[in-house]
Design a protein around this ligand. Structure first.
Ligand SMILES: Nc1ncnc2c1ncn2[C@@H]1O[C@H](COP(=O)(O)OP(=O)(O)OP(=O)(O)O)[C@@H](O)[C@H]1O
Length: 301
């Protein structure tokens, strides 16, 4: 079932076209990624979906609601985490949640929500004293306080250190597991690859492709490399006989196998049959960056 339908969305700022023509559908229960370089039109797209901007063309439906016509209805089903947090430095964590909860008739139990996002101990801390990761956790809690069916998260991990980023990813997965459909805007390939069920690649206000991360990568040929140091000499024929294998090369004591499909399992199984252990095994695959480059002629980063 689709919970969001965007058809031929078009949005201009004066004479600058931010979104040329964007269409996609988001299914209930998924993490749907909107991935693209800076200025591609991602934020403008989700701002239109969230009822924060009025489109110049196209149609939008969120749980059957038209965001332009029914903002109150939209607020009941959709929670938004905005790119830059607009909270005053001196507001306390609990005050922010209490304030946001007061906007809803039937809000979430916010002390419980605070625990869920791992901020229970920061209840009385001022917003200005929170770390970047804690601010983002609070912004997720604020997006969820209205018990939405859908949450829009925009550039959630920008500016976070690697540990805080991974912690935030776990939080996003927990939110999805609680039954909330998530639209995740990001320009981090790794984030989209790790979290998203499906991704819309956006470039210059248009959708370049929509697919699962693996599906997008497979579109660029899906060639992989498996590298290892065999525990005993291995004859090329052991591997060249596999349908997945295209080529074998050797550098020093390292074997590099290039191929397609389920290459790594096929290679390790063939080696196991010879009682050979592939030490220092590494698998290199095409990335979403490669897919983006192949589809648009441009690099993501
Ligand atoms: N309020 C605005 N007024 C005028 N131009 C804008 C406005 N907001 C965005 N733009 C322009 O519209 C284009 C798309 O911006 P948008 O923020 O939607 O892209 P984005 O993909 O989210 O990029 P970023 O990750 O940098 O936010 C950009 O060229 C941007 O400069």
């Amino acid at each position: 079932m689709n919970v969001i339908e965007v058809k031929n969305l078009h949005k201009r700022y004066k004479d600058h076209v931010a979104v040329e023509d964007v269409s996609f559908e988001v299914r209930a229960g998924e993490i749907f990624g909107i991935l693209g370089p800076n200025g591609a039109g991602k934020t403008t797209t989700v701002e239109c979906v969230s009822g924060l901007r009025v489109p110049d063309g196209g149609t939008l439906r969120v749980a059957g609601i038209d965001p332009v016509q029914d903002r109150d209805g939209l607020r009941r089903v959709l929670g938004v985490q905005l790119q830059s947090s607009a909270l005053p430095e001196k507001i306390k964590v609990w005050e922010a949640l209490d304030l946001y909860a007061s906007f809803y008739q039937d809000p979430a139990d916010w002390p419980e929500l605070l625990e869920r996002v791992g901020l229970g101990a920061k209840r009385d801390a001022m917003f200005g004293k929170l770390s970047g990761g804690q601010r983002q956790r609070l912004s997720v809690a604020l997006a969820l306080v209205g018990k939405p069916r859908i949450a829009v998260l925009d550039e959630l991990t920008t500016g976070l250190d690697p540990q805080a980023r991974r912690d935030t990813w776990e939080l996003v997965e927990q939110v999805r597991d609680s039954g909330v459909t998530i639209v995740l805007v990001t320009h981090f390939m790794e984030e989209a690859e790790r979290l998203c069920d499906r991704i819309a690649l956006i470039d210059s206000g248009r959708v370049a492709a929509i697919d699962s991360p693996a599906g997008l990568v497979a579109r660029v040929g899906g060639e992989q490399k498996v590298r290892f140091r065999p525990s005993a000499p291995v004859a090329d024929s052991v591997l060249t006989s596999l349908p997945e294998v295209k080529e074998i090369s050797r550098t020093g004591d390292q074997v590099v196998v290039t191929g397609i499909g389920n290459l790594a399992p096929a290679v390790t199984l063939a080696l196991a049959e010879q009682r050979i252990v592939p030490n220092d095994l590494r698998i290199e695959q095409a990335t979403l960056d490669d897919a983006f480059l192949a589809l648009t002629g441009r690099k993501l980063a």
